[in-house]
Design a protein around this ligand. Structure first.
Ligand SMILES: [Ca+2]
Ligand SMILES: [Ca+2]
Ligand SMILES: [Ca+2]
Length: 293
């Protein structure tokens, strides 16, 4: 059809309008623009141009096809590469999943072992605690037995001492580690003091209310010298052992140092203390010495 159009344009110039339309139609195809410059050439020229156009079209088509094929191959290659990458990713994913499973399994195994070890430790601790408590009870029993044995030994020792020791001399009274002798022999304070010393004793030194109460029980309505005096310094009462009087049991208004002076102390039948002249001859005196075996 294109060739017919060209022939008509060259042979029938009067049909210019038709030819122009044909040229316009041909120009929309490959190489059509070349026909616009061949209005009145020879047939050979037209054929050559047509050949050139056809060759150029073919060449262009070939190039485009080659480019398309190349692009297609490149895309295929890329697609294959993507498939390969996807496979690799999937393979790696599977490996990672497997590794995670292994780690999880290992973790579960370790946790189980730790749990077992912890239970074993708890069991050992409970056993140790039980054994420790049993040992403590045993020690406590041993301690009780030892204390009982010590008590027995002490009792035996006391019996031995009682059989070999005389707690106080005959006629002396025992109280709280001391022996007391109530001597009913009239005489002054200095005589009483010497008489006690002759017995390896002292005129009684009354240290507290307990001792005072014990002595009061044995007065038998008599007056006795005790080891208290203020001979050296008026109103500074000291005991025969050199100690200062801290505990006292003075009667009402005593000590009053009455008359020409009163520097020695007696115990009245009711147990009260009274300062009187040291030279008075009263009923007697009380000696005291520590208990000894
Ligand atoms: Ca005493
Ligand atoms: Ca006095
Ligand atoms: Ca007096």
């Amino acid at each position: 059809m294109a060739q017919g159009g060209i022939y008509r344009r060259c042979e029938e110039p009067e049909n210019l309008e038709i030819n122009e339309k044909m040229e316009s139609f041909s120009s929309r195809k490959a190489g059509g623009f070349l026909l616009q410059h061949c209005r009145c050439g020879s047939n050979e020229t037209s054929i050559s141009v047509l050949f050139i156009v056809t060759a150029a079209s073919f060449l262009l088509w070939t190039i485009i096809s080659a480019v398309l094929i190349s692009k297609n191959l490149e895309m295929s290659t890329q697609l294959e590469q993507l498939h390969a990458n996807q496979s690799m990713v999937m393979t790696n994913g599977s490996k990672m999943e497997k590794r995670l499973e292994e780690i999880h399994s290992s973790h579960s195994s370790s946790e189980s072992e730790l749990s077992k070890a912890l239970k074993a430790l708890e069991t050992k601790y409970e056993e140790s605690q039980k054994n420790g408590n049993e040992k403590l009870r045993e020690l406590s029993r041993d301690s009780s037995r030892s204390l009982a044995e010590i008590d027995k030994i002490e009792g035996a020792l006391l019996k031995i001492n009682a059989s070999t020791c005389q707690v106080c001399p005959n006629g002396w009274l025992f109280n709280k580690g001391s022996c007391y002798s109530f001597q009913v022999k009239p005489g002054p304070w200095s005589h009483a003091r010497k008489a006690c010393e002759d017995e390896r004793a002292l005129l009684v030194v009354i240290n507290d209310d307990e001792e005072q109460s014990f002595l009061r029980l044995h007065l038998k309505q008599k007056y006795y010298w005790i080891g208290l005096q203020d001979i050296e310094t008026e109103n500074k009462f000291t005991w025969v052992d050199g100690s200062t009087a801290t505990y006292t049991k003075w009667g009402a208004g005593e000590p009053n140092n009455y008359g020409h002076g009163e520097d020695c102390v007696e115990m009245t039948p009711r147990g009260w203390w009274n300062d009187i002249p040291c030279g008075n001859n009263i009923d007697g005196w009380i000696c005291e010495k520590p208990w000894s075996c």
